[in-house]
Design a protein around this ligand. Structure first.
Ligand SMILES: C[S@@+](CC[C@H](N)C(=O)[O-])C[C@H]1O[C@@H](n2cnc3c(N)ncnc32)[C@H](O)[C@@H]1O
Length: 219
């Protein structure tokens, strides 16, 4: 097992891993032991963040004690790896679907730094009282207005100098339009907000079709 350029992310025979913080397998991923420690395989086909790393993400803005707001956590696949990566921090996971939320609750039950919230991310004021400032806003919500949702949450929760990662799915925004054109419009819409600076974009093919990872700085 070898450390990658990203703290807490490891590689072995071409696969990515995170050091297991707690609990068992979350989504059927392999758990392997090495050097007296336990690691969970991070599936690049199941997680857009892992695919972004594989495809050349330059920075993973997560420290051991980071506070993360994760929008669209579903049943906790990627969120559980984020929880592995910041064992002394907290990962607040917002998910609107009651069914996914039930699974998320089970995953979070065994993880001391994961806090699930059953809410619609379009209305951040409804969970404002539960949250302080965040170091990272991570969003993976396949909705037409995903850029608006991201900006609304960033302005309410990101600290100055905080970071954001938005996983854009072009087909959720305009199914018939060329992905490049949709991505161009989303980036322009984000950058109209002067508090935000796009740092890097990473296409997620062939692991996630028509997806773009956008990494931003919140000034
Ligand atoms: C692509 S899935 C997320 C996958 C997950 N991020 C992962 O990598 O494990 C998108 C999720 O966003 C949720 N979602 C969609 N609209 C939402 C909203 N307005 N507020 C909160 N969650 C939403 C969906 O229910 C779904 O579970």
């Amino acid at each position: 097992m070898q450390q990658t350029a990203f703290r807490g992310v490891f590689t072995d025979r071409g696969s990515l891993f995170t050091r297991r913080l707690a609990g068992g397998s979350v989504y059927g991923e392999r758990i392997v032991s090495a050097g007296g420690e336990s690691f969970r395989e991070w599936d690049i086909r199941r997680s857009k963040l892992a695919a972004a790393i594989r495809n050349g993400l330059r920075e993973l803005p997560l420290d051991r004690d980071s506070s993360v707001l994760y929008l669209g956590a579903a049943s906790g696949t990627t969120a559980s790896h984020v929880s592995d990566l910041c064992p002394d921090g907290r990962v607040v996971c917002v998910e609107v679907s009651p069914r996914s939320f039930r699974d998320l609750l089970a995953v979070a039950g065994g993880r001391p730094n994961m806090f699930p919230v059953n809410a619609d991310a379009r209305h951040p004021e409804r969970y404002r009282a539960l949250l302080g400032e965040s170091d990272l806003l991570y969003q993976d919500i396949a909705q037409r207005d995903q850029d608006d949702i991201f900006l609304r949450n960033a302005s309410m929760f990101l600290r100055p100098g905080g970071r954001g990662m938005l996983m854009v799915k072009s087909r959720s925004i305009a199914v018939a339009e060329r992905p490049d054109e949709v991505f161009r419009r989303v980036l322009a819409s984000l950058e109209r907000d002067r508090r935000l600076k796009v740092i890097q974009t990473v296409r997620l093919e062939p692991f996630h079709r028509d997806h773009l990872a956008v990494s931003v700085l919140w000034k």
